[in-house]
Every structure is written in structure tokens, then in C-alpha cells.
Design a protein around this ligand. Structure first.
Ligand code: DC
Length: 218
């Protein structure tokens, strides 16, 4: 079968990683969660126990080793060979990851690694700038979104299931703030590629979204 590259972009909580993970498994493709890579940089920055500044983040990214390991439909994330899969999805990381992802030196290093990962295999990559910047020649481009209410509901449920006590309205405001920061930053902002197909998942089930992705890969 011809090597196929699928790019999925969209705002926080649109369900990208949930559906992308399932679709990749069904297709037998490697799933690459680029958001996890920016979260990994944020994780190592927090480990420094210093004030979070752009200078500190740039210093941290200089010699960080971020590795994604995808097997059996699940992704494990490593920073300098230490597994951080669970630790990168916390409110503390959410609070600084947009700042981390806005910095040129961070993006340069992560994007180079992302392109390398897509070189040899069929991949399904999700993020914010995949179709516009990382893999502009992707065979399938999807922009996945949902209403802010629905996205906040999904993240609220996810956080509750993990045992974090979060307030719905605050979570919604945080998501809106992160979308704004990601959409308005100078380098590779979150924007729908001209040739990407818009998929609004507000009223769709996970299975329906997965099927919609599979249909576009036929
Ligand atoms: O998808 P996520 O919530 O795990 O992404 C975490 C952050 O990383 C989010 O604020 C946007 C940023 N990001 C990015 O700038 N570019 C990507 N390709 C993926 C994520």
C-alpha cells in the first residue's frame, strides 16, 4: 500500500487525540501526538523549580530528548528516557504549554523531529500546525473542531475521571484563553489550512468521527 500521511489539526478539546488514536490503530498507521511533545518540554521546564520565563524554556529545550513510543494503539511519552505519559496532562502543564509552544527555538526542534518521524511510515499526526506547516503535502487534511461548550464538557469529564477537581466555568475560560494564545501567536498559529476539510464534531459520537476520518483515507 502507498505510504499515506494524514494531518489533523484543531483547537483544544476537539477530540483530536481520542479519535486520531483509534483511527490510526484501525488503519495500521503510526500515531504522532505533537501536542504531547510541547507538553513534554513544559514538563521539563516545571522540573527546574524556577520562575517560568521564555529564557528558561529556551535553555531547557536546548538539550532535551523527547521521544514518543506508539504501540498497540497507545502513545508513551519520554523525556530524557524518563516516562512522563501521565504527568504531562495536568492543570499545571496546561497553564504554561501555550507559552512553551509559542517559542521559535522550541518549535524548530519539535517540528524537525515531527517531519523526521513522518518520513518513512504511514502516519496520522495531530496538532495545530500540521497541515499548514509541518506536513503541508499531507494526503489527507482535516480540521477538527467543536463548540467551546462541548469542548469544555469533554475536558471536564476527562479531568474528573483523572481525579482533578476542576470548575467547569474556569476550565472553559482556560480553554478559550489557550485557543486565543495558540491562534494569535506569531509562529505557525492555529489556523485551518485552505485545503483542509472542516469537521465539526459537536454533535458527533467518537465512532462517527473515526469513521469520517477513515472514509477520507480510502
Ligand atoms: O493538543 P494539546 O492540548 O496536547 O497541545 C498542547 C499545546 O501545544 C497547545 O497549547 C497547543 C500546542 N501545540 C502546538 O502549538 N502545535 C502543535 N502541533 C501541537 C500542539
Amino acid at each position: 500500500m502507498k505510504k499515506l500521511v494524514v494531518a489533523i489539526d484543531g483547537p483544544a478539546g476537539a477530540g483530536k487525540s481520542t479519535v486520531a488514536q483509534i483511527a490510526a490503530k484501525k488503519l495500521g498507521f503510526t500515531y504522532i501526538d505533537t501536542g504531547a511533545m510541547y507538553r513534554a518540554v513544559a514538563w521539563k521546564t516545571l522540573q527546574q523549580k524556577k520562575e517560568i520565563t521564555d529564557e528558561l524554556i529556551v535553555e531547557v529545550v536546548k538539550d532535551i530528548k523527547v521521544r514518543l513510543q506508539y504501540a498497540d494503539g497507545a502513545t508513551k511519552v519520554f523525556v530524557d528516557d524518563y516516562e512522563v505519559t501521565g504527568e504531562i496532562r495536568t492543570p499545571e502543564i496546561n497553564a504554561i504549554v501555550s507559552q512553551v509552544a509559542a517559542l521559535g527555538p522550541v518549535r524548530e526542534k519539535m517540528v524537525a523531529q515531527q517531519r523526521e518521524m513522518a518520513e518513512n511510515d504511514s502516519v496520522l499526526m495531530d496538532g495545530r500546525d500540521i497541515a499548514t506547516n509541518v506536513l503541508p503535502n499531507a494526503d489527507v487534511k482535516i480540521f477538527l473542531t467543536a463548540s467551546i461548550e462541548e469542548r469544555a464538557r469533554r475536558r471536564f469529564k476527562e479531568m474528573q475521571e483523572k481525579g482533578f477537581s476542576v470548575e467547569f466555568e474556569k476550565l472553559k475560560a482556560d480553554i478559550a484563553a489557550r485557543d486565543k494564545a495558540d491562534s494569535e501567536r506569531e509562529i505557525s498559529p492555529l489556523v485551518q489550512a485552505e485545503d483542509a476539510e472542516l469537521l465539526d464534531t459537536s454533535d458527533m459520537s467518537i465512532d462517527e468521527v473515526v469513521q469520517a476520518i477513515l472514509d477520507r483515507c480510502k
